[in-house]
Design a binder for this molecule. Structure first.
Ligand SMILES: Cc1ncc(COP(=O)(O)O)c(C=O)c1O
Length: 356
């Protein structure tokens, strides 16, 4: 395993000094991990260093052609004092798949997981103590080589920053209203939708702002070719309960393969639900809501785990699913996953890794 340089002094914090309203990604722990890559000599200079600004050339290739990928996962403080991570190796594998798609270098999965353990171990006092709060890890890779030629860079920086984040539902498990986007698209088959790269998110901002202005919390994206099949929501995969089955879109390449999505696929059967991956046309969803066959819709992702969708706006009309109450399937999945993540329930899947 590569040697990781660590500061000789301890991280200077106290979880008790963190503000009570942490929000999401507003405060950053005082240490971060960095490692550089050079074509020919590979990854090097792995170190935990003080959190602070990066020095980059304005000609660094990331600023011009967007060679950038990232990940997002969390460390949880359990009631018994342990700090745990949830499936960090899946984030490492996905980072490598994103790297391949964006013609960037991969990083051994074991090294990425070791870095997460070492960093969270040092920053353990930054893992918030309030119920439902956690330490969010943001591994990121950028092209740092200077030059304006359009080609894959030969130099990269990988860094991991950590942010104590508040509970997603400080006032309860509240459903949101989303709008089906039938003009803009997020990603197409053959494009980069399946990679976690900044450009996908930048491309969605205008549509997201328009939906917010119209009173919706987010967007339900449709496929790029026919504007007919539902894909995913902002930063969540989309699921419905249709005829009693949990149904979600297949991974066609334009959807991000969510780790929460995959986890729901595993627990669904044990919870007694059928889980089906198939294309879902928006017409089928609207008809399902009208006939009562579609009883619930929700988003799944690391940030909120499960977000119930109380109503879906489409072509100027709002179609109400569960209104301002979450449905029972969303609640059961939320409880099961969060109980595993917080060590309140046995983990039969081997998903939990104890850090300290
Ligand atoms: C576009 C998109 N879809 C889905 C997800 C959900 O993925 P995960 O469950 O791994 O957080 C995310 C968040 O990472 C995302 O950014």
């Amino acid at each position: 395993m590569m040697e990781i340089l660590v500061p000789s002094t301890e991280s200077q914090t106290a979880a008790d000094n963190l503000p009570s309203d942490l929000g999401f990604g507003k405060i950053f722990a005082d240490e971060m991990f960095t490692m550089t890559y050079r074509e020919g000599s590979g990854w090097q200079d792995a170190a935990i260093v003080p959190y602070g600004p990066l020095q980059l050339e304005p000609s660094a290739m990331v600023f011009h052609y967007g060679q950038e990928i990232f990940e997002g996962h969390k460390a949880y403080r359990w009631a018994d004092g342990h700090i745990a991570m949830f499936r960090p190796e899946e984030n490492a594998r996905r980072l490598n798949r994103s790297a391949e798609r964006m013609k960037m270098p991969t990083i051994p999965v074991d090294l990425q997981v070791d870095v997460a353990h070492r960093l969270v171990g040092r920053l353990k006092d930054w893992v918030p103590t309030q119920p439902g709060a956690s330490l969010y890890l943001r591994p990121t890779m950028i092209a740092t080589e200077k030059g304006l030629g359009v080609r894959p860079a030969q130099e990269y920086l990988y860094f991991v920053i950590c942010s104590p984040v508040g509970p997603y539902y400080p006032t309860g498990f509240n459903p949101v209203k989303v709008r089906v986007e039938d003009h803009y698209i997020r990603a197409c088959v053959g494009g980069t939708g399946g990679a976690k790269t900044g450009g996908n998110y930048a491309a969605g901002l205008l549509a997201q702002a328009e939906a917010r202005d119209a009173g919706y919390a987010g967007i339900l994206w449709l496929d790029a070719q026919e504007h007919r099949y539902v894909e995913e929501i902002g930063a969540m995969n989309f699921m419905v309960v249709l005829d009693g089955k949990i149904v979600t879109s297949p991974l066609t390449g334009s959807i991000l393969p969510g780790i929460t999505r995959d986890s729901v696929g595993h627990i669904a059967e044990d919870l007694g639900y059928e889980f089906e991956e198939r294309r879902l046309a928006i017409d089928e969803i609207i008809k399902g809501i009208q006939s009562g066959k579609l009883s619930e819709a929700f988003g799944v992702g690391t940030a909120a785990v499960v977000t119930p969708i109380g109503a879906i706006g489409y072509k100027g009309e709002d179609y109400v699913t569960t209104g301002d109450k979450p449905g029972p399937v969303a609640e059961t999945i939320y409880k099961t996953l969060t109980d595993i993540q917080w060590g309140r329930k046995e983990d039969p899947y081997n998903w939990i890794q104890i850090v300290v």
